[in-house]
Design a protein around this ligand. Structure first.
Ligand code: BDP
Length: 721
């Protein structure tokens, strides 16, 4: 903050505003806490700059913005900031479209709004009748809502608002949460209680949570939500359920959020009593057309369908010898007249285990490039296997230039410690988005594929598998809120930096005190790499306990081959790792040069993906000079030690938060350390049975034998049985 105050007074103010523990806090308010600005100098300046606000209009979107500005400004400024019917003689804030306000028309040249599209906005300092004012304007009311939240964020993060000149527009069109929520309120891979959607009580009883859910999403630019699990239940498409869906849509609409559903491909058979779900059958086509019409009669702005087809036993067009394009296009044609879209998932793999599961989506989808309708997006997980702690980027990014491609990121921590381990996921998301596919030469990043700029697509999107539930704090772990937050920020701008997002979130959620920000940021920014170290270092993957995926299970060797761990790590007496080079499964050839060569060559393959692409002897020499076996041991130990270090760092941050959240995080970290040790020792003992080498001296030795880890049961992890 710039200010012209006496330095002694400022020093005194700083002293008193140093971190002090806050009032109890359940975490329910997420990052929208709006408590009075803690720094007195900042507070004084803000109060001078905003004595009231003007927001013309009465539409639902404007009412939401008004409500937010009213509670936000009054809360943050610690005094009533009234809505003004007419401009004041003292500094004020005005929010509106040019159409709604003469003042705005007189201050903002129309061409300035051109770049902000139908969801962006401008926030600008201006002079009106010799008075300093702040203008939030946009082409649409939705832009006003987003601009209002953005402005409140400036205050929440103690930003300088003396000379504002901000112009923002989202880089993707559909920014969407995928809820893997079932109609019985269980949540697939959910670790934060039951589903938010209380289907039995809907449509008559409407939880206030629905509105707060919508506010939280709107505040970070999320404009869409798929209410139901990708492993879909056709029941949700029946009339009674559609009425329930409509009730939710009515609540979300004033926050600019559209609802979507998952479409079970066999619904015409299961609920429509047809004999087939063949996408080329005229009766099937008619059934979906009518169903879609019915949906729009209840939900006029319905977004469309997300579909998991011919994957993990789900029905799909291949059951009728039709292609993914036949299936997707049939649904797309039903939706097109209403403006709806289809997000068709590329997470497919055959019932017949192929030579390498990592190759399958690419093999099935690339030949279909150019065959999908304009209102179809292919939804691709960030990596080719399945949300592993670290994966290389999915080779489909860049490989289908004539098709709309969107990424699916997993916010819920299925393979990253559920809601128990503190793992800030934005660096994982960022690593994928920044990856260079080389599809059109250097600079063809994944972000440039999905924002449509690389191949000139206008239908763009980003999906995140939600981590929300009925837990009081929404996400179970207080820090897991940051993963929801950062997904929204990255969907809005896939080029945003994870560190900047972390800082914003800490300021809004915990504290604006610099020591607190630094301490928490350090914990967050190293958390993902540290977790990889104690779970799946050096490119190992899919070695989790089968079923729940929480703890280690490198010994899993029963059942479908590509669901076992031994399929992925391929450890034997000669070494460890999956050979995906040109001498192995050749998955490397699905990448463009020079990425292909980089992964293919053991010298240039990044060590953090080494065993993803190479099978190497136990005494292979790593860059550190250690053997592969030794390096594995050190990585696992470093991971555990990092958790211990993190616990110490957290203890230093006691004054940065209220007691409730402090204690909750402390307790979770204790479990995280316990279970990180189980990961380390279980994996090392198992791999040692092949390497036949000692754990290097100086490193801790496992407390139990391998059988202990194999038989270990988790009884205190939410969502895990
Ligand atoms: C896997 C999950 C499974 C999901 C599947 C999917 O284990 O529960 O249904 O992904 O994305 O990660 O369809």
């Amino acid at each position: 903050m710039k200010s012209s105050y006496n330095p002694i007074i400022l020093a005194l103010i700083a002293l008193f505003s140093a971190a002090t523990p806050a009032a109890p806090e359940s975490g329910y308010r997420l990052w929208l806490r709006y408590d009075r600005i803690s720094d007195p100098a900042t507070l004084t300046l803000y109060r001078k700059n905003i004595t009231g606000f003007v927001i013309p209009g009465e539409s639902p979107l404007i009412k939401s913005a008004r409500q937010e500005l009213s509670t936000g400004l009054s809360g943050l400024l610690g005094q009533n900031i009234p809505e003004l019917r007419s401009p004041a003689r003292s500094p004020f804030l005005i929010a509106g479209t040019p159409a709604s306000s003469k003042i705005i028309r007189s201050l903002i040249p129309p061409e300035d709004l051109l770049k902000t599209g139908d969801e962006g906005f401008i926030i600008r300092s201006a002079i009106y009748r010799k008075n300093k004012i702040i203008v939030i304007t946009a082409n649409t009311e939705k832009g006003i809502l987003y601009g209002s939240f953005f402005f409140l964020r400036l205050l929440q993060t103690h930003s300088d608002i003396s000379a504002l000149n901000i112009s923002e527009a989202p880089k993707t069109k559909v920014r969407i949460l995928n809820h893997w929520d079932n109609l019985d309120r269980s949540v697939e891979r959910g670790y934060a209680g039951l589903s938010l959607w209380d289907w039995a009580a809907l449509p008559d009883s409407l939880s206030p949570r629905y509105t707060d859910y919508a506010r939280a999403n709107a505040s970070i630019g999320i404009n869409s939500t798929v209410l139901t699990n990708v492993n879909a239940n056709a029941m949700v498409l029946t009339t009674d359920y559609l009425k329930k869906v409509a009730a939710l849509a009515d609540i979300f609409r004033p926050y600019g959020i559209k609802v979507y559903l998952t479409a079970r491909f066999s619904a015409p058979v299961e609920t429509g009593k047809l004999k087939t779900a063949d996408p080329l059958d005229p009766e099937v086509i008619a059934w979906w057309k009518n169903k879609v019409e019915e949906i729009y009669s209840y939900i006029p702005d319905f977004g469309g369908f997300t579909v998991k087809a011919n994957s993990e036993g789900q029905p799909g067009p291949q059951n009728y010898n039709r292609s993914h394009a036949d299936g997707a296009n049939m649904l797309a044609d039903a939706l097109a007249p209403h403006g709806g879209i289809v997000m068709w998932r590329a997470f497919v793999y055959d019932n017949n285990v192929p030579d390498d599961r990592a190759k399958q989506a690419y093999n099935e989808f690339v030949p279909l490039d150019g065959k999908f309708r304009e209102n179809v997006l292919i939804q691709v997980k960030n990596g080719p296997i399945d949300f592993q702690p670290r994966e290389p980027f999915h080779p489909l990014f860049g490989a289908m230039p004539k098709t709309n491609i969107m990424p699916e990121l997993q916010i819920t921590q299925e393979y990253l410690g559920a809601s128990v381990h503190l793992v800030y996921l934005a660096p994982l998301f960022e690593e994928c988005l920044k990856s260079d596919t080389y599809a059109r030469g250097k600079g063809s990043t994944v972000a440039s594929v999905i924002d449509g700029s690389l191949f000139g697509h206008s239908l763009t999107a980003m999906a995140g598998v939600a981590n929300t539930g009925s837990a009081e704090n929404w996400t179970g772990h207080p820090f897991a809120q940051a993963n929801w937050y950062s997904f929204g920020r990255l969907a809005w701008n896939p080029y945003e930096k994870s560190e900047k997002i972390a800082e914003e979130w800490i300021r809004m959620t915990f504290s604006n005190n610099q020591d607190c920000i630094d301490g928490m940021k350090k914990i967050m920014m190293s958390s993902w790499e540290n977790t990889i170290k104690y779970m799946t270092p050096l490119g190992l993957h899919h070695i989790m306990y089968s079923g729940h995926h929480y703890g280690p299970g490198p010994w899993v060797n029963r059942g479908r081959q590509d669901w076992t761990s031994v399929y992925y790590h391929r450890a034997d007496s000669s070494g460890i790792g999956f050979n995906r080079t040109t001498t192995g499964s050749d998955a490397v050839s699905q990448y463009f040069s020079p990425v292909k060569e980089m992964f293919n060559n053991v010298e240039t393959c990044p060590e953090n993906l080494l065993l993803w692409f190479h099978h190497l002897p136990w005494d292979y020499r790593m860059k550190s000079g250690r053997t592969l076996w030794e390096e594995l041991c050190y990585e696992y130990h470093e991971g555990v030690n990092a958790v211990r270090q993190m616990r110490k760092e957290w203890q230093k941050l006691q004054n940065c938060t209220d007691r409730e959240r402090f204690e909750q995080v402390s307790g979770l970290m204790e479990k995280q350390e316990r279970d990180a040790i189980i990961w380390r020792d279980g994996c090392l003992l198992y791999f040692q049975s092949f390497s036949r080498k000692e754990i290097p001296s100086g490193l801790e030795k496992p407390a139990f034998n391998l059988n202990y880890y194999i038989n270990h049961k988790y009884t205190d992890i939410p969502g895990i049985r």
